[in-house]
Design a protein around this ligand. Structure first.
Ligand code: SF4
Length: 125
């Protein structure tokens, strides 16, 4: 953080949310992320100030002390409740294409392209 001061995202009670709580940065009026809205309002890239793990979601970047693994978090509440990002697509796409931006954030654009090349896909970024 440029200021050197930060706090992790935390939750606040929200009786209108299925979990009974929401992230403190979720705007109640439209359910948009206030951090992302602030970025866009200031002509910054949408993910410039958002926490890394929020930008990656529903991918998770796990580190076991030896290696990093990029995984799809399939066991989250959003998927289990049938969130719109989990709906079947008219034309199914490989996950690495659906989440190309997220994979590029985790692996770098070159990393994303290398993975596409290894599995025989044309990168969309
Ligand atoms: S993207 Fe992250 S910081 Fe923004 S509202 Fe969601 S959980 Fe909170």
């Amino acid at each position: 953080m440029p200021s050197g001061a930060y706090t992790g995202t935390t939750t606040v009670p929200d009786s209108t949310h299925p979990n009974g709580e929401t992230c403190v940065f979720l705007r109640p009026e439209d359910r948009y992320c206030a951090i992302q809205v602030a970025c866009l309002a200031n002509n910054m890239p949408a993910w410039e100030l958002k926490p890394y793990y929020c930008c990656l979601f529903p991918l998770v970047d796990e580190w076991d002390g030896v290696q990093r693994t990029l995984l799809l978090d399939e066991g989250n509440d959003l998927f289990e409740r049938g969130g719109s990002c989990a709906e079947p697509a008219p034309e199914p796409q490989p996950l690495i294409q659906v989440y190309a931006e997220e994979v590029s954030l985790a692996l770098g654009l070159e990393g994303y392209r290398q993975v596409c090349e290894r599995v025989g896909l044309t990168p969309r970024l």
